[in-house]
Design a protein around this ligand. Structure first.
Ligand code: SAH
Ligand code: SF4
Length: 359
């Protein structure tokens, strides 16, 4: 028997093609799309505008299956972190970060990551597998319809586990669903793909979907970046900066890119480093997001003092860059990428499990 298709991960275009292929009219796609992504309904039998024959037919060939929430952790500041089990049995993480009216969902695109950045807990775990598009959009579905029923998610960032631009097709398909007016209707400003710098895929991103881009830079010379972000050996800074410019030219230079820069004690946190960063970034419009290093077991790096962090930030601001400092909210639930799954394999020592719901 053929494997049932999981329609949860289909963009509207793909869903229309699916209905045409099964000799049904393509407007069915819009009906299903709204049930699933606007109302949170996954049971074909509850979709009252589909006739009974069609419902029976769909049940035989298709499913609507989100991934499973295994554990929920809540920090004192309201950040919630979830361990999500995907179909292979691997675990990934998603985090909900409330901030006033904004509710940001941080999602994973891969289980593990092959790129082995030296400061990253996900990288330390190695690569397991790509998530399917249903497992990616499924995280937003879960956040809206299972975790968070009163306020819907307002922003999505691909800053959980994995390198989104190495799972290109599934990420694009999921981003299309996020943007669709008949689904989550998130504008391009509210969806951010964060990449460590997969140059060829940055260059073709705009042809596929219009979203915001963040680049995990972390160093302004190749020697240091090779160490922190080893993919830099394949796509060095010069080519990465070119691809950022190309991305912005596509939008007639009316946009900016967010530059993420982790601050690690005595590695990339001096004023010399800040000066180099200013020189490198003066070539295109960007905002800088400084992220104090979040330590995890097994890592030798440390977070700089608040004084040093603030000095770095002040310097960038003085030079005219819009610079934000990621607050350490979420520390209580190990909100940095990959840390919870890393801990899970060490049996989640010392974690405060506030609630454990079976969803
Ligand atoms: N692979 C993508 C997206 C996932 S990582 C990327 O690298 O951009 C998302 C963000 O978390 C990146 O900016 C990454 O640098 C940051 N990050 C990873 N480990 C961290 C740590 N230990 N402390 C603080 N930020 C971390
Ligand atoms: Fe992968 Fe991003 Fe972690 Fe680097 S920082 S190992 S690219 S998830």
């Amino acid at each position: 028997m053929q494997k049932k298709k999981n329609l949860l991960g289909y963009s509207l275009d793909s869903l229309e093609k699916f209905f045409i292929e099964i000799d049904e009219s393509k407007f069915r796609a819009k009906q299903i799309f709204k049930w699933v992504h606007q109302k949170g309904i996954l049971d074909f039998d509850l979709m009252t505008d589909l006739n009974k024959d069609l419902r029976e037919k769909l049940k035989k060939i298709a499913t609507l299956n989100p991934p499973i929430i295994e554990e929920e952790f809540i920090s004192d500041e309201g950040t919630k972190k979830y361990l999500i089990k995907i179909s292979s049995g691997s675990m990934v993480e998603m985090v909900i970060i409330p901030d006033g009216k904004r509710k940001t969902l941080c999602i994973s695109s891969q289980a593990g990551c092959a790129l082995q950045c030296s400061f990253c807990a996900t990288g330390a775990q190695g690569f397991d597998q790509n998530l399917e598009s249903d497992e990616i959009i499924g995280q937003l579905w879960l956040a809206n319809f299972k975790c968070n029923q009163e306020d819907k998610i307002t922003n999505v960032v691909f800053m959980g586990m994995g390198e989104p631009l190495l799972n290109f097709n599934a990420v694009i398909e999921a981003a299309k669903v996020m943007k669709d007016q008949l689904a989550y209707a998130l504008s391009r400003k509210r969806i951010t793909i964060s990449s460590s710098g997969i140059v060829p895929n940055i260059n073709r991103l705009n042809e596929h979907v219009d979203v915001s881009l963040a680049i995990s830079l972390h160093a302004s010379d190749n020697k240091l970046r090779d160490k922190l972000v080893p993919i830099n050996k394949k796509y060095p800074l010069e080519s990465l900066i070119e691809s950022c410019k190309y991305f912005l030219e596509f939008h007639n230079n009316k946009r900016h890119i967010t530059i993420e820069y982790i601050l690690i004690k005595n590695i990339n946190d001096s004023l010399e480093h800040a000066k180099k960063l200013v020189r490198l970034l003066s070539e295109f419009p960007c905002k800088i997001n400084l992220i104090p290093f979040n330590s995890f077991e097994g890592s030798n790096y440390e977070r700089p003092s608040s004084e040093k962090i603030n000095r770095f930030k002040f310097f960038l601001k003085e030079k005219g860059f819009i610079t934000t400092l990621r607050t350490t909210r979420g520390d209580g639930v190990d909100a940095a990428c990959g840390q919870l799954v890393g801990n899970l394999s060490k049996s989640i020592k010392g974690k405060k499990l506030i609630s454990h719901r079976s969803l």
